[in-house]
Design a protein around this ligand. Structure first.
Ligand SMILES: Cc1ncc(COP(=O)(O)O)c(C=O)c1O
Length: 331
């Protein structure tokens, strides 16, 4: 990847186009079965550009209560696009029922929704995959309410590898789809939106408003192209390592671990064990693990973690959870 970055042919992508960025955008459009794609410096900027493009100020976007666009982007949709979220509650994998429970008919008293956002795989849900057929059904229900459909597919590559479903079969449900290159594919930065050409042109304006026009960005696009060509197939290794990690951590007394669909493992800690305490003790053993919320820690397997490392990390986390419980004063 470093060699590809060094060798990248570049131009000025704001002025008249960067050849490597164009190659990346064409490749993403082809993989997702779309007319066109647009390169972004980050997934968050791509998400917010999609919301600005598909939504309308003074309306709601419907999304899962723990979706990245709701919970991890600093209220950007409210500040930048004048929209508030309408939450789909419950399991991270949306269904027609969770969508129907959130959507409301137009009324003089209620805010109107303009957009549905679906995240696949779902980060906070532990990398859970929503199958393409389910996405199609929810998207067509959303369209019946006049909503645009946005797919936050930061980890759509993982959904593709885990299920064997072509990327385009996920993307067909959406007006715009976001993919990220800086997660499992290992690029230093980068994301893309794909969709119909007219929408991509609008998203380019949104990107400009957010300061995301980039000049000799071929050095970045080269890394993303390298990730696409070399690092998709190997995601299966990350999924296997995550499954092994989950099965070992599940041995900790009182911990609850849902067997992962992909490369994210959410561990619900036993009552009284605090995520921050697990993070500190694991880090003393050389294991990085992220406190996610009041009761959960999150582990992610990726190309810098070999299968044996993931196993060692799991043993450390399991033992740390058990040790913290032993140290707690008994009632
Ligand atoms: C589902 C999802 N969407 C969007 C993003 C944002 O990507 P970035 O970190 O490139 O802004 C993330 C980041 O973790 C994510 O998990």
């Amino acid at each position: 990847m470093r060699r590809a970055i060094a060798d990248a042919e570049v131009g000025d992508d704001v002025l008249d186009g960067d050849p490597t960025v164009r190659r990346l955008e064409a490749r993403v459009a082809e993989l997702l079965g779309c007319d066109a794609a647009l390169f972004f410096p980050s997934g968050t900027m791509a998400n917010q550009s999609a919301l600005m493009t598909l939504g309308r100020p003074g309306t709601e976007f419907i999304a899962h209560e723990e979706a990245h666009v709701v919970d991890r982007e600093k209220c950007a949709a409210a500040m930048l696009s004048g929209m508030q979220p309408r939450l789909m509650r419950g399991a991270a994998r949306p269904t027609l029922d969770t969508f129907r429970a959130a959507v409301r008919p137009s009324s003089p008293h209620l805010p109107q929704a303009s957009l549905l956002c679906i995240e696949n795989t779902h980060n906070s849900g532990g990398g859970v995959v929503t199958p393409a057929a389910e996405l199609d059904a929810i998207a067509s229900a959303a369209r019946a309410f006049g909503l645009g459909v946005f797919l936050d597919g930061a980890r759509l590559w993982n959904a593709h590898v885990a299920t064997g479903t072509p990327l385009a079969s996920f993307a067909r449900a959406a007006d715009l789809t976001m993919v990220s290159f800086s997660k499992g594919l290992g690029a230093p930065v980068g994301a893309a939106l794909a969709g119909r050409r007219a929408l991509i042109d609008e998203a380019r304006d949104a990107r400009r408003r957010f300061g995301g026009g980039m000049r000799q960005s071929g050095v970045l696009a080269a890394a993303c192209l390298y990730g696409i060509e070399h690092n998709i197939g190997r995601l299966a290794d990350d999924h296997a390592a995550a499954a092994r990690f989950a099965s070992i951590v599940a041995e900790a007394n009182g911990a609850s671990v849902v067997p992962p669909d992909t490369n994210i493992v959410m561990v619900t800690l036993p009552a009284g064990v605090r995520p921050g305490d697990v993070e500190r003790a694991a880090s003393e053993r050389g294991v990085g693990i992220v406190p996610w919320d009041a009761t959960r820690i999150r582990a992610v397997t990726h190309l810098d973690v070999a299968a044996a490392d993931a196993e060692r990390a799991a043993v450390a986390v399991r033992d740390v959870i058990n040790a913290i419980q032993r140290q707690r004063p008994t009632a």
